[in-house]
Design a protein around this ligand. Structure first.
Ligand SMILES: Cc1cc2nc3c(=O)[nH]c(=O)nc-3n(C[C@H](O)[C@H](O)[C@H](O)COP(=O)(O)OP(=O)(O)OC[C@H]3O[C@@H](n4cnc5c(N)ncnc54)[C@H](O)[C@@H]3O)c2cc1C
Length: 366
């Protein structure tokens, strides 16, 4: 059987590993000269927002999919900063890994589990590959193929500025900042590489990268940060859902298949899983849509949360942070065996109730 894979990111590489195990040697095309994003930055596998309700993403990848990834460190604490309030959530919250081209990046680790060579510097055209191969797995990290097939449901845009910063950091602690004055309906996050360097990412919804300067300056001002910056990068992304992930002999995996959720933009776990599932669908002639259903449901649920966040102003964000900091809610995050995703509707309802109470009190106070 002849299989082509477009893109050697997490989804394409995971797909290739699984195909190889099943005796199929795919042709893997990568437009860059090597695997990995040009900029090194730490990323999180966030347990409480785990696709498919998996209780430990790393263990699931290893034991259920045979994919081995070593994290930089576990994620033990998230400090949520609202516009004026703060909440600290602790526990087995996930893992911090590295992206980029370094030897320990997710992409480099996946590449080492593969013997099939990748064809680099090759910008593949899925249409011509579809004529030539039995199957084409599109894992190019973009919505373009889904859009051209009529399966792309756009939601919005996000402009990202990332900076690698020096300083002193708690290696297992991630700080997240919610404030519409700099992030609009997005957020900023500080993720440590280790005790001496970290990355700061600002993701602003609904703007383009050429508008980022003001937002970045406001972010630093509002959070009182004056970091020593060693490197910066910017990118722009479309967010949305994909209504179908298979079409004839095409399968869409990872970001191309809409598996990166639109709420926090997390998608590496789903990219790897969807890549493996695409390989299984090809090798066993199974229905990819059915195999990927739990991942799709997760993306849809996160999209509901995104829609709720889109309506929130700074007062709402403070209330949300307040709710997340309540001992009962916090306890559920501490307990990694429970999936707090199931609590999302309740947390949103509680935040909405507090908002109504706040509005009533404000009206009564006039
Ligand atoms: C700034 C930022 C921070 C993020 N942080 C996190 C995080 O903390 N946790 C998390 O889970 N997710 C995070 N994400 C999301 C995560 O990066 C994506 O979900 C993930 O990369 C999707 O993997 P993929 O393999 O589908 O696509 P990609 O990683 O985009 O890989 C696609 C590959 O295809 C190649 N390609 C593209 N077009 C072609 C072509 N025509 N021919 C050949 N090759 C092609 C590209 O060069 C690339 O190597 C973040 C994203 C961004 C932008």
């Amino acid at each position: 059987m002849r299989v082509a894979i477009v893109g050697a990111g997490p989804a394409g590489l995971a797909c290739a590993i699984e195909l190889e195990r099943r005796g199929i040697q795919p042709d893997i095309f990568e437009r860059r000269y090597r695997v990995g994003l040009p900029h090194s930055f730490p990323m999180v596998l966030l347990q409480p927002f785990s696709a498919g309700g998996v209780s430990d993403q790393m263990v699931f990848l290893r034991d259920r999919l045979g994919i081995h990834l070593n994290p930089l460190q576990p994620l033990g604490r998230i400090v949520m900063h609202g516009p004026t309030r703060k909440a600290v959530i602790g526990g087995a919250l996930g893992y911090i890994l590295e992206r980029g081209q370094g030897p320990d990046s997710v992409e480099s680790q996946l590449l080492r589990q593969l013997t099939t060579p990748v064809t680099y510097n090759h910008h593949a055209d899925y249409r011509s590959l579809a004529r030539e191969y039995d199957y084409v797995v599109v894992a190019d990290g973009r919505p373009d193929v889904a859009r051209s097939l009529g399966y792309w449901q756009p939601h919005g845009r996000v402009a990202v500025r990332g900076a690698v910063i020096l300083g002193r950091f708690e290696p297992q602690t991630v700080h997240m900042y919610l404030d519409t004055s700099f992030a609009r309906q997005g957020f900023a996050v500080e993720i440590p590489f280790g005790p001496h360097h970290a990355s700061l990412l600002l993701m602003v919804t609904g703007i383009r990268t050429d508008e980022l300067n003001d937002h970045w300056a406001r972010f630093l001002y509002r959070t009182g940060k004056s970091p020593e910056i060693v490197e910066t990068f910017e990118s722009e992304h479309e967010t949305g859902l994909v209504s179908r992930r298979s079409h004839g002999n095409l399968l869409l995996a990872g970001n191309a298949g809409g598996f990166t959720e639109t709420c926090l933009g997390l998608g590496v776990f789903a990219a790897v899983v969807s890549g493996v599932l695409a390989a299984r669908a090809v090798a066993e002639d199974r229905d990819f849509e059915a195999l990927a259903r739990p991942l799709v449901r997760h993306a849809e649920r996160m999209h509901l949360l995104r829609a709720a966040l889109d309506r929130m102003d700074n007062a709402d964000l403070d209330r949300l942070v307040g709710v997340l900091g309540l001992p009962g809610v916090r306890h559920l995050f501490y307990n990694a065996r429970l999936n707090p995703m199931r609590l999302v509707p309740a947390v949103l309802a509680l935040a909405a109730r507090r908002r109504r109470i706040g509005l009533r009190a404000a009206r009564g106070g006039k």
